[in-house]
Every structure is written in structure tokens, then in C-alpha cells.
Write a protein that binds this ligand. Structure first.
Ligand code: FAQ
Length: 310
């Protein structure tokens, strides 16, 4: 008879998804809760830099699109928290860990959105980077995570295109608008590359996550794919990339890029980025201010249950 471990290993090997009621190793469950929880937190914290511009969007159309995009990100957070709950994680506990600095969220959301062009850059570059990572996750080994990703990717593709379109308008606009577009690319390019995590030889979670097929591609592979996708787009916009070492390698077909500032990356994920404090304070306030809503919803649900049993 097969042991639970053999059954699990067989499923992973044959690309049969692992479902909530299946047996799974504790470490697999733990790493998924860590990654899905952080991913959910990223979506929710990611609403803050964009939310900063909802009242200042340049036209009604841009405002309506931005509002819809920010709402989409909230929805993504909710799918992801639900996926983490199927593993036994508790949503309140994840939220409290985020606020206490014991759970991470994506480094990219610790940078400020100083101009309207930053909103275009987030849609185009940040959603663009998120998609490269998330398309791969549509085939991740844990079923609820993979299924959440399918829908999220569809929405992120729209986000990416609207960001590119907003950037195209600026890049083809007045000299001031073009300069604003370039400034946003200059500030967001490197942080977007950092979204893929540390280099493969410095990524402690990768070996296990790849063996379990939680991750199907390494951090460096996905980062390269993003660079290859995006450099031609930057050039098409008539903008430049803030990397003097960027070259195209004819043999490999890859754009080779310069060294990422890893000191900056590790400082940001350790809580020392430009907006870490502000982001966590915003989440703390929302969590505390929303307590009465959560309490009321819980009492209402209890009453409904009692009524249903009458
Ligand atoms: N930021 O060993 P690895 C979005 C941490 S969604 C912060 O390589 P792993 C949508 C990592 O957690 C963006 N921390 O880790 C949107 C680990 O720390 P730990 C979010 C990072 O997990 C758009 C340590 O470093 N997407 O943008 C980062 O195997 C616009 C060592 O790293 C996801 O979360 C980072 N960039 O690989 C919303 C995708 N990188 O936990 C609004 C799912 C690494 O041991 C507006 N996640 N760390 O203390 C993943 O694919 C993986 O978790 C990686 C990291 C690739 C991010």
C-alpha cells in the first residue's frame, strides 16, 4: 500500500493538483501559507500607492479605470486570503502578523507614487512583473492557489495594458509629460526587477518550493523573462532604461542587465524602505477602524445560523 508521502509525491510528480483535504507535508503547508499570505498582503498593500492618486487622476475616464483597478486588487487579496484559509491559516492572525512586521508583502509597494506617471508605471511595469510570476503560478501544485491565479491573471493583463496605454499617452505628450514618464521609468525600473526576489543562489526557499512544484521557474528565470518582454516596450515608447550595462545577447536572445542593488532590496524587505512605516500604519488604521464591521458581521452570521435552525 502506498504511504501518504508516496501518494503526495506521485501527485506532484504527475502534475495532479494537491487539494485542501489531501494529506500534505507540514513544511509544504507552511511554505504555501507563507507565500500565499504574503501574496495576499501584497495585493492589499498594493492598493495604497495607487489609491493615493484616485482623487487626483487627470480625467474622469482615468479616475474610473483607476478606481476599478484598485477594487480588483482588493478582490485578489480576498481570493488569496481564502486560498490560505483552505490550508488552515487564520485571516485575523495573518493580518496581525502583517501589522506586527512578522509577515512580508512585496517590496515594490514601499516606494512612493510622486506623480501621475507613477500610476502608469505601476500598471505597466508592476502589473507586468506580477503577471510574469503569476502566469507560472496558474500551474502551481496547490489547486486553490492555481485556480485563484487564473482569474487574477486575466485582470492583471487588463491592468498591464491600461498602464502601458497611460504611459504611451504621456510619452507622446508634451516635453514635460514625456519627462515625467521617463522619471517614473527611472524610479520604478529597478524596484520592478527586485519583485522577483533574490538571485537564485541567494534564495533560501527556492529549492524546496521547486521540488514541490509550488514554483515552476526560478526567480532569475522569471526576472529575465520580464526584462526580455519589457525592454522592447520601453524602446517603443521612445524612453530609456536606467541601466548602462543593458545589452542584447544575440546568441541567447536575452537582454543582459546590470547588477541589482541588493543592499537596497534587503533593506526594503527588512522594513527600511521609503514607505514601509506609512504602509503598515495605513493597514493598522484600516484594521482597527474596521473592527466594528467585522464584529457586526460575525454577530449577524450567528443570528442567521440560529434562525436557520428554528
Ligand atoms: N518583496 O527564498 P526567496 C502584485 C522574501 S502582486 C518582499 O526567493 P520565495 C499585484 C521572501 O518572501 C506582487 N519580500 O522566497 C499588484 C523570503 O522571505 P521569508 C506579489 C520578498 O518565496 C500590482 C525571502 O525574501 N507577488 O504586484 C521579495 O521562494 C499592482 C527570500 O526569498 C507575489 O507575491 C519581494 N519582492 O520567492 C497589486 C507572487 N522577494 O518569507 C497592486 C507570489 C523575496 O522567507 C498593484 N510569490 N522576498 O521571510 C512568489 O512567487 C515568491 O514568494 C517570490 C519569492 C518570488 C516573491
Amino acid at each position: 500500500m502506498n504511504t501518504q508521502v508516496e501518494l503526495f509525491d506521485n501527485k506532484v510528480e504527475n502534475d495532479i493538483s494537491i487539494e485542501p483535504k489531501d494529506w500534505m507535508p507540514d513544511a509544504y503547508r507552511k511554505t504555501l501559507i507563507r507565500q500565499i499570505g504574503q501574496h495576499g498582503h501584497s495585493e492589499v498593500v498594493g492598493m495604497l500607492p495607487e489609491g493615493n492618486w484616485i482623487t487626483r487622476a487627470p480625467t474622469l475616464k482615468r479616475k474610473a479605470v483607476l478606481l476599478a483597478k484598485v477594487q480588483d486588487e482588493a478582490g485578489h487579496g480576498l481570493y488569496l486570503y481564502s486560498a490560505a484559509e483552505t490550508l488552515g491559516a487564520d485571516r485575523d492572525d495573518m493580518m496581525e502578523k502583517l501589522i506586527a512586521g512578522r509577515m512580508k508583502y512585496s517590496s515594490i509597494f514601499n516606494y512612493p507614487t510622486l506623480t501621475w506617471a507613477d500610476i502608469a508605471a505601476i500598471g505597466w511595469l508592476v502589473d507586468g512583473a506580477a503577471i510574469v510570476n503569476q502566469v507560472a503560478l496558474c500551474r502551481t501544485s496547490y489547486g486553490p492557489y492555481a485556480r485563484a491565479m487564473v482569474r487574477i491573471c486575466k485582470e492583471e493583463s487588463f491592468h498591464q495594458r491600461q498602464g502601458f496605454e497611460a504611459m504611451m499617452v504621456l510619452a507622446n505628450g508634451t516635453p514635460e509629460q514625456k519627462a515625467m514618464a521617463q522619471d517614473a521609468v527611472d524610479r520604478f525600473w529597478w524596484p520592478a526587477l527586485m519583485m522577483f526576489g533574490p538571485n537564485d543562489d541567494n534564495s533560501p526557499n527556492s529549492a524546496a518550493s521547486m521540488a514541490w512544484k509550488i514554483k515552476l521557474f526560478s526567480n532569475d528565470e522569471l526576472r529575465q523573462k520580464f526584462v526580455n518582454n519589457t525592454v522592447p516596450q520601453v524602446l517603443q515608447l521612445g524612453l530609456t532604461i536606467p541601466d548602462k550595462d543593458l545589452t542584447f545577447n544575440e546568441e541567447t536572445g536575452n537582454y543582459e542587465f546590470g547588477e541589482i542593488n541588493w543592499d537596497e532590496f534587503f533593506a526594503v524587505i527588512a522594513g527600511k524602505g521609503p514607505c514601509n512605516h506609512e504602509r503598515i500604519e495605513a493597514r493598522r488604521k484600516a484594521w482597527e477602524d474596521g473592527k466594528w464591521v467585522r464584529d457586526s458581521a460575525a454577530v449577524y452570521a450567528q443570528k442567521q445560523q440560529v434562525n436557520a435552525q428554528k
